[in-house]
Design a protein around this ligand. Sequence first.
Ligand code: DLL
Length: 432
Amino acid sequence: MLDKKIETIEIDELRQMQLQRLRATASRAYETVPFYKKSFDQHGVHPDMLHSLDDLRKFPFLLKNDMREAYPFGLFSEPMENIVRLHASSGTTGHPTVVGYTKNDIDIWAEVMARTLSAEGGNEKDIIQVAYGYGLFTGGLGAHYGAERAGMTVVPTSSGNTKRQLMLIKDFNVTLLACTPSYALNMVEIAEEMGINLKELPLRAGFFGAEPWSDSIRKDIEERMGILALDIYGLSEIIGPGVSFECPSKNGMHINEDHFYPEIINPETGEVLPDGETGELVLTTITKEAFPAFRYRTRDITRLNREKCSCGRTLVRMDKVTGRTDDMLIIRGVNVFPSQIESVIMEMEEVEPHYQILVDRDGALDILEVQVEVSQKFFSDEIRKLDAIKAKIGKAILENLSVSAKITLVEPRTIERSMGKAVRVIDKRTKA
Ligand code: DLL
């Protein structure tokens, strides 16, 4: 634990700190960002109305689209001379969303990421390889500054050039790894090909995030790398990685509540749900200067857990994010989350954790196809056996998701490997 005082803070003290910070941020946003003034006024709310944290629910949400419309700097609350860094997330349509940081924001980011990367005991004796992409994406630089703040030795490889990554892990005696879980799986395969046994190396833990990954994938990475695999969560609109992090109990991610205030809402009605219920995560930054995000709708689906954690931290935990409200597929009227398909696939020993979901339309009918790689061990089997594997996966998907899917088994190593966030779904239907 890096910051015992904060990470095990008494709840009453935390709530008081949050309220104070929230009020200050709300006032600053109202006074300096015309968007917030207009939006608060239109909803008949004012920062002075924040007498308790619950009063926040009366305030309007911030949507991704509001950020797009404010492109590039419309939501900044500080003059450009105080902004020392910009990041942006690409998104699939329209303008990217741009976020800015003051020197103090970068400092806070380093601090929350230092907590994240020290969660399993890491310290200045560690050598961490940062294989998240460096650039406008927040993964690389976010992890980098956090690791430096924790006093670690950073190997800033960024993503790609996997053989060299592996050589450095081995030659530099790297102990910690930070990258997306899909890139970690990619690394494992290439290490196996190169004859590098990661299990024999000092590598001890990995901090994986930026995309959903199931516990089965965690198990696969842990076994094949011989490490502890921890989940880390964040988004550029809020700060980047560092919003929440898993401790070695691996039972939810502790939210850095001294900087980010979470709520869970019903995505249909916008109503705040009680703790313990699953819904859309809404986050408010309570210390950010350059770009204060007030009730930002993340679209990520999760649940808050306030039960005491065995690690001693009092910071609330959020469940692993298994999907987003906008990645739900509607197939012939049935709601399907890609993570549900992944869970089914991961139960099958005959296939590898590499798959792609293709959705198309034939006339009025939605077609769902799941392409998945057969394990080397089973690939040489006769057609009859491969057909049986296909039928088994198809049946399991139908039973679990109530939707029929065409299963295509592909040769090992044919689905494109990811360096960053994996592309799992290709939806060829024209979206309304
Ligand atoms: O992905 C920040 C990040 C970098 C987080 C490195 C963790 C590690 P964006 O590119 O803005 O920022 O994407 C944010 O990615 O709203 C989630 O949908 C998804 N996401 C991030 N972390 C996780 C995770 C970075 N641990 C979006 N599990 C978020 C599931 C995640 N989804």
